[in-house]
Design a protein. Structure first.
Length: 170
């Protein structure tokens, strides 16, 4: 699918088929993440790819609101060194991975990390002490069809030259 379609169709997928995701595709997703923009070209990110069902199950037990991770075929965990803009950089990398997954027909869901109480436990689990957990991305062949959630209209969010409060038409 082309880039515009990936943006317009990407949605959080939490139900997966048991089909495997190839190592080549997982490498392509991480490559998309590492190609993200980075403030001051610091590139503080590190990516842990998890495929072990046991590890995915353990991760699902740790990550609040991530119980579905145990059914994923893989997860990519985005960690960053604590630089001034690590969160912005790590989020840019996460979004690149999500869009690359959508373009490949892979279902994905962004599970929060940075401000979650389980962040240090996940860092410890993956021997990433000293790194900040930015996100966990569950991955699998979609076993659900979801339309992207309704978004505010472009006319409702765009402001020319300066911000002007608009009446919500939605």
């Amino acid at each position: 699918m082309d880039f515009s379609q990936a943006i317009c169709n990407r949605t959080s997928i939490r139900k997966y088929k048991s089909a495997e995701i190839s190592r080549v595709i997982l490498e392509q997703l991480v490559n998309a993440g590492r190609r993200a923009p980075s403030a001051r070209a610091v590139e503080p990110w590190e990516f842990v790819v998890v495929q072990s069902p046991q590890t995915l199950r353990e991760l699902s037990e740790i990550a609040a609101n991530g119980s579905f991770i145990q059914y994923a075929q893989a997860a990519i965990i985005v960690f960053c060194r604590k630089t001034k803009y690590y969160l912005e950089d790590g989020c840019a990398a996460t979004e690149n991975i999500l869009l690359a997954a959508a373009a490949q027909g892979i279902g994905a869901c962004w599970i929060a990390g940075d401000k979650k109480e389980y962040a240090s436990q996940v860092s410890e689990m993956f021997r990433a002490s000293g790194l900040q957990l930015v996100s966990i991305i569950s991955l699998g062949i979609p076993d659900e069809i979801k339309a992207q959630s309704k978004k505010r209209s472009l006319d409702n969010v765009i402001h020319w030259e300066f911000f002007k409060k608009k009446e919500s038409s939605e």
